[in-house]
Design a protein around this ligand. Sequence first.
Ligand SMILES: Cc1cc2nc3c(=O)[nH]c(=O)nc-3n(C[C@H](O)[C@H](O)[C@H](O)COP(=O)(O)O)c2cc1C
Length: 329
Amino acid sequence: MEWKTRITELLGCRYPILEGAYGGIGTWKFAAAVADTGAFGLITASVYKTPDKLAEAIEKCRKATSGVFGVNLSFGICPRIDEMLEVCISHGVPVETAAYKPDALAGRIKASGVTWIHKSARIKDALHAERLGADAVIIVGLEGVGFKNPEQLPTLIAATMAKKTLKIPFVAAGGIGDASGFVGAMGMGADAIMMGTAFMATDECPLGKGAKEKIVRSNPLDPRLRHQVLAPPDPEAYRKVMEMRKGVPFDQWLRMLERVNLKYTSWQNDADPSGEYSFDEEWGEDGPSRIVSLAVGVLEKVIPVRDLVGTMVRGAEEILDKMALIRTV
Ligand SMILES: Cc1cc2nc3c(=O)[nH]c(=O)nc-3n(C[C@H](O)[C@H](O)[C@H](O)COP(=O)(O)O)c2cc1C
């Protein structure tokens, strides 16, 4: 079956499946492996630290795959974000901005004409990005990980509301990791899905083997994981970080806010939360992985990325065939 949605049309990928961004591990090689499957690969600019290294990564990725990919620019995490954007513009690659409001880069992106997707946790911020001229938005529901927000809604409700309120195409993310989640999100009106956690449990993800095994072993019923992913932030820590908004540089403040939202007790550290894979230690060897979403509930084993995308697409097609049969009975 040919998968044609507003997102496959916009990005030119074969399937409406996007790779998530990853501080620390969103490399060009990983993006190329995802792009090779027909999904949309994503290089995370913060991994490359300087504009020159990002330019090199984009060129290597272009040589390595005939598939399509873009670059994630995360506010608060990506260093020299304006210069990183210039690299994306000069190489003509789609840009995914992430977190809160993208006002600081919007004008330059629009003037350049590169394809622009903004990712946010709140529908409010997605609507704001639409007004600024984004070509599409990604909405990460509560079940997901990264850039949490106290006003985040579960993926089911967020996607359904996004469909009603947004005019531009939208991508659903948060807790999706198999064919059922894929079809479910498309049924709610999404034009594509994005997966972060599920793509990490693949051979090509540049995480250690032990960390990947831990991801697939993680139990979504573990109260620590559920607390990290689902609970609102500690009100006292949240109040304190909001009070600090004007007193510290914006990037540093955003990182602290993210750590509060992820319930890290050491939220006042000035570190990139997504880079702290050593946080596994806090929960011990047998605890769940600290860096995943509730998508772990549908992951069974570490597999090649081609198998993940292939299984999801075939599984989705089977579900759609069954649904067509129900209609004709
Ligand atoms: C280890 C890890 C690091 C991440 N780092 C970033 C990041 O730097 N920037 C960003 O926009 N999103 C980041 N994310 C979020 C993902 O890009 C994606 O939005 C999220 O994983 C989707 O939810 P899911 O994991 O349930 O699929 C990260 C996710 C993980 C698991």
